[in-house]
Structures are given as structure tokens and as C-alpha cells.
Design a protein around this ligand. Sequence first.
Ligand code: NAD
Ligand code: DAU
Length: 354
Amino acid sequence: MDRQQRVAAGRYLVTGGAGFIGSNFVRHIRRTFPEAQVTVLDKLTYAGNPANLAEFEGTPGYRFVRGDIADRDLVAEIVAGGFDWILNFAAETHVDRSIGDPGEFVITDVYGVHVLLEAVRAHGVGRFVQISTDEVYGEILGDPVDERAPLMPRNPYAASKAGGDRLAYAYHTTYDLPVVITRCANNYGPYQYPEKLISLFATNALDDERLPVYGSGKNRRDWIHVQDHVEALVALLLADGVDGEVFNIGAGNEKDVLAIAGHILAALEKPETLIAHVVDRPGHDRRYAVDFSKLTARTGWQPRMPFAEGILETVRWYQEHGPWWRPLKSGEFLEFYRRNYKFLDAAAEGGEGS
Ligand code: NAD
Ligand code: DAU
């Protein structure tokens, strides 16, 4: 099979496939390449949700394995089955949770990557894609940075991801494994666990709950629709001569938190009085901004979703999928929510999340 055929009809191992981006990737592959075979390996942490993949259960060429990427025996057994593509989405991903409790981040985002790479070293793969993050560069206050910029992660999540990112690179340089590393900007879209900015604010606004803005609300991120992200990953699978390389992925949609809140409230015709300032995130990175021109030059990929359209479509999705997200905003989520947010307007305290 040539590369194109291996993308269209090959064997995929998608770790963390029950999460937000992983499940959007699986959906894209299943719809675009019906002959491809997809195995998902996911531990189903609080962020992993079988409902995200329910439509594929029992369909030919699809297999779900519940398990941990840090489980050496299980990972070795699965990888020994032989894959054209392994994409590692599995991670602890929420910065605020990493500030409260970094341990799991080190185990999954560093050690788990090591376990996967060891299995690949033993059994081989067509290409291993380590899904890293633009957070590994730390906060960027000047021009958008390219892939040669130093890594200066500033929170336990970002530092753990930097460890996984560099381990993957080391397995390329040391053992010649076919590894590609991607560093993407902030994703938004359907099936995002409602703890991240856009999914939290959209679901809170739908329930007339306050939108908790850290500090000034002036912190900036580049927002990419998840569909653009998964298409970038496919473009990288199709590309020749990229092993051992790092690719930034972004969209050029830089917005601050208050602007995002404004878009969501306007889409739902809700009042700006729902915005509530809360005590800032410790070490809150003021801005991320990556130059993704290398990816465009090497693959022709470009982001396609205009932010104004993507955010409207996303808010509508959460509006129409209450049965998907409402059960998630209960139990442990509410405990985390109450622990994490300190509302500056004392009168608002106690009412949130209830
Ligand atoms: P998510 O939190 O929605 O999903 C993570 C998934 O990984 C869940 O299904 C979870 O059950 C699974 N998982 C966690 N620990 C595991 C383990 N030890 N073994 C197996 N499975 C495990 O995350 P997401 O937002 O979809 O992010 C996916 C990847 O993309 C992560 O590696 C993240 O660092 C990276 N990333 C995310 C963004 C973003 O904006 N969301 C941006 C850039 C990079
Ligand atoms: O940049 C890529 C990264 O983006 C990914 O690697 C991470 O997995 C992902 O979680 C995300 O990290 P951020 O910290 O940038 O995303 P988050 O949605 O948590 O926050 C985005 C911005 O919004 C940030 O400035 C903090 C602010 N914020 C966030 C939340 C959840 C608030 O003001 N209030 C909130 O309640």
C-alpha cells in the first residue's frame, strides 16, 4: 500500500479517542475513510466519555479497548497487533486540575508516552503522532513563535506535555522511530468536556449560570475549530519526509476571554451581567501564539473555519445536546467547580454550579 492507501484503508490506534479531540478525529476517519480500521484505547477518566463514540460501537473495523496508556503489558499486547498509524491523544488535559493535583499529569502525559514509545520500539508502526500542545512554549507576548522556539512551560500540565513531547523526539533521534509531534492551539467544537473555557461558558450561559472569568479576562488564546485540527493531522499522515519533525497548528483567531464570553452571550441572547470575575489562575499564561506556516508550506493545510461561524455553530451544538453535557455537570464536576473558583463578588458565591 502506498501512503495514501494506508491513510484511507490502514489500521489506526487512537489513544484517548473517547475524549474531545480524539473522538472528533475518530469520527472524521470513520466518515472519510470507511475502509480504515480504528482501535481506540482509552482509560475513560472523568473526561473520557463512551457516548462520544457510541455511533461506532458494533460497526465493522471499529474496536474499543478500555485501558491505560501507562499499562505496559496491555499497551505492548495492543501495539503488537500492528498499526500503520498511532495517534496519542491520551492525556490529562486541564490546566486548573494540574495546578491542584499534578501527579496524574506526570504519570499519563510523561510516563504513559514512554510506555507507548517502548511498545512502538518493540513492535514498529508506520508513524507515531504525539499530540503535544502550544502551551509547551510558555506564554508568548511577542510575535507568534515557530517550532524552533525554546520550550518554557509554566504549569504542571504544560511541563508534563513538554516531557512527553521531548521523549517522543528522543525516540526518533535515538531509535529512529517514525515520530511526528504536533503543537496545537486551543480547540473548540462539539464533544468538549464542559470544564474548558468555551464549553463551560456555553453550558453555563444556557443554564443562566455565571461565566467565571479569571483575573482581568484579557488573557489571549488562538482558537481553532476541532475539525480544522483533525484535518491538519490527516494532512500530516499523508505527508512524506516529516518524521522527526515538530509542527505548530493554529488558526490566527486570537481572542481574549472577555471577547469569547461576549460571543457566547450574544449567540444565546443572554445578558453580560452573567460575566463574573473570579480569583486568577496561578501562573496564568497571558497569551499563546504560534506561527503555523511550516505546516501549510509542507502539507498545503490551512484552517478553514471562520471563528464567527465556528463559535455560533458550537454554541448551537451545546444548545441542542443538553442530554450529552447535563449529566457531566454533576457529582465530581461540581466538587471541582466549587473548589476551583473563588468568586470576587461574594454574593455570587454558593449559587454557582448548583
Ligand atoms: P480530553 O481531556 O477531552 O480527553 C483526553 C482523553 O484521554 C479522555 O478520553 C481520557 O479518558 C483519556 N485518557 C486520560 N488518561 C489516559 C490514560 N492514562 N490512558 C488512556 N486514556 C487516557 O482532551 P482533549 O482536549 O481531547 O485533548 C486531546 C489531546 O490534545 C491531549 O493530548 C491534549 O494535551 C492535546 N491538546 C489539546 C488541546 C485543546 O485545546 N483541547 C490543544 C492542544 C493539544
Ligand atoms: O493551548 C492549548 C491548550 O489549551 C491545551 O493544551 C489544553 O489541554 C487546553 O485545556 C487549553 O488550555 P488553556 O488553559 O488555554 O484552556 P482553558 O479553556 O482552560 O482556558 C482558556 C482561557 O480562558 C485561559 O486564559 C483561562 C481562561 N478561563 C478558563 C476557564 C476554564 C477563564 O477565564 N475561566 C474559566 O472558567
